[in-house]
Design a protein around this ligand. Structure first.
Ligand code: HEC
Ligand code: CU
Length: 320
């Protein structure tokens, strides 16, 4: 019995840490939410305990009075004190949630970095405004953020309502077609985190995850500079014929916009919005049977011979 309790407690507490958890905040906005969560838990826990002990106490008194055949007073002081305590507790919660809300909205006039994230069924288009040139640099499915700089994330959707949720970094915010929502994020700790679309957006909603990498500013700048570069010049005939209509590879003729920008796809951690790891085998599998691996995805199974599929996968694997 005791052992079962220990195992259960370990499992429950293990859920608190992790790369997709609001209980392990790694940024200012997530910290504000975490503080609010702790405040609410403590205050509501105290109210709960207070109410239950009040009920127990009045039951006990009522029984004693009945036993002694005494008079009943309708209201006693304890009840009034409980009511007062509850009013105070609720006021604390109101103030706490107001303060947290202020910390979350995008208020800074001078975000260090602008990023546009657009939800698609079922992947993320990500564009960075290059601070040097003011050009937009496009990538997909992997969001990189610098530590200690405030990044403004502008959120939109190309089709249905999605929701941006990277709990270690910030709260949840909807991505609505025809509308731009925005949040500021200020990460404080390096690492890999996981985001997940948090609004049901179709059959592959669960396969709409987002890898998030937080780095020291210098590492981030290096990454962004690499992303800004065109692909290494390596013409790939099959890709140009069969894939270029939907995918862009900057620096080549491939200029499609229906699918993710693949200029540096091989440098990402996973493919198809967190559905598969970025390995040679997974790339091959994805290119040959996207519909089997992510049924309903907007990428069709392109008819390719086995040799062509291998060649394309190898080419895509070089797009670092
Ligand atoms: C009709 C448009 C279309 C064609 C043609 C197409 N793709 Fe795609 N591709 C997509 C879409 C849309 C996605 C995003 C799918 C998802 O995650 O649900 C995608 C995703 C991918 C990804 C994963 C990208 C990432 O960021 O995770 C790779 C790699 C890829 N395609 C390679 C190819 C190759 C190679 C070909 C040619 C053999 C090809 N695609 C043909 C539309 C297309
Ligand atoms: Cu979604």
């Amino acid at each position: 019995m005791a052992r079962a309790a220990i195992i259960l407690a370990t499992l429950l507490l293990a859920g608190c840490a992790g790369n997709q958890s609001p209980l392990d905040p790694a940024g200012d906005q997530a910290c504000a939410l975490h503080r609010l969560l702790v405040l609410m838990t403590v205050v509501c826990g105290a109210v709960y305990a207070l109410v239950l002990s009040g009920v127990a106490w009045s039951l006990w008194r009522a029984r004693r009075r009945m036993a002694s055949g005494g008079d009943d007073k309708p209201l006693d002081r304890g009840l009034w004190m409980t009511a007062g305590a509850i009013v105070v507790a609720l006021s604390v919660l109101i103030v706490g949630s107001f303060v947290a809300d202020r910390a979350l909205v995008a208020t800074r006039d001078d975000p260090a970095l602008l990023v546009r994230v657009t939800g698609h069924q079922w992947w993320w288009r990500i564009e960075y405004r290059d601070p040097g040139t003011d050009r937009w640099i496009e990538t997909a499915n992997e969001l990189h953020l610098p530590i200690g700089r405030t990044t403004r994330v502008a959120l939109g959707s190309a089709d249905v309502i999605h929701s941006f949720w990277v709990p270690n970094v910030a709260g949840k915010i909807d991505m609505i077609p025809g509308r731009r929502n925005q949040i500021d994020v200020t990460p404080r700790r390096a690492g890999w985190f996981r985001g997940q679309c948090a609004e049901f957006c179709g059959t592959q909603h669960a396969h709409m995850a987002l890898d998030v990498r937080v780095d020291a500013p210098a590492d981030f700048d290096r990454w962004l500079a690499t992303q800004a570069r065109p692909a290494a010049p390596q013409a790939q005939a099959v890709f140009a014929q069969r894939c270029a209509a939907c995918h862009r590879v900057r620096g080549t003729q491939a200029a499609g916009r229906a699918g993710p920008d693949l200029t540096h796809v091989a440098a990402r951690r996973s493919i198809a919005a967190g559905t598969l790891p970025m390995t040679r085998g997974a790339l091959q599998g994805w290119i040959q049977q996207p519909q089997a691996l992510k049924p309903g995805t907007s990428m069709p199974a392109v008819p390719l011979s086995a040799a062509e599929a291998l060649a394309v996968a190898d080419y895509v694997g070089t797009l670092r």
